[in-house]
Design a protein around this ligand. Sequence first.
Ligand SMILES: Cc1cc2nc3c(=O)[nH]c(=O)nc-3n(C[C@H](O)[C@H](O)[C@H](O)COP(=O)(O)O)c2cc1C
Length: 218
Amino acid sequence: MNILLVSASPRRAKSQTFALARRVIAGCKGAAQVETVHLRDLKIDFCIHCEACHIHCMRCPVKDDVYALLNKMLAADGIILATPNYINQVTGALKAVLDRSAHFIHCKRLLGKYLCGVVTSGSGSQDRLVLDYLKYYGHVCGAQWSGGVSACAYAMDGATPEALALGGKFVEDIETRKRYPAQIKIIEKGKAHFHEIIESRKELWKGEYEYWREKGWL
Ligand SMILES: Cc1cc2nc3c(=O)[nH]c(=O)nc-3n(C[C@H](O)[C@H](O)[C@H](O)COP(=O)(O)O)c2cc1C
């Protein structure tokens, strides 16, 4: 089992969010392999909306580290997205990654995978907005959400049991291929929506049309 932790704080090892995410990982008993990526160590530019990744899947004229990360996400069974709350959103560094992964949304590239979220903030309030956004991102890419944990950066210890439990649940979800019926409904609805879009833009988004055809989804 491969678990990928994407840590979106610029503070790397000093990050409180990373510290909370490490508690989630401590709860991931039996996980074969956990890899951590600090976005601060990568060069990832903004999406330029050229649509090249829809014409040729997984190809982008912006040459940076984004595909090294996107390929790790594709290889993982479970992805932990850990981000500080920046004005009730993910950090800009993480948003840049998510924007660059638009092809994942069109082709539901995270189908069969599990996602969980880790958020810290100065106030400890409104973190639900950030976790909900991460959950939304997982669903539009086809992934099921195992859950999220959040904490005020100055009172992290209280969240330790929840973080450990989340890690355990995450591993169990991956191992048992857990199906959350309500989430599957949302994911299937999103897929049906893109079925229409992919059909109607087949001349434009040739690569993605071909991907859907090869999957037998058309
Ligand atoms: C640009 C920026 C925006 C922030 N916005 C908020 C916010 O809206 N609400 C909040 O409670 N804390 C906010 N904070 C505080 C961080 O969320 C908090 O310190 C967090 O624990 C930092 O995580 P890290 O140590 O993993 O980088 C902000 C910090 C920065 C630098």
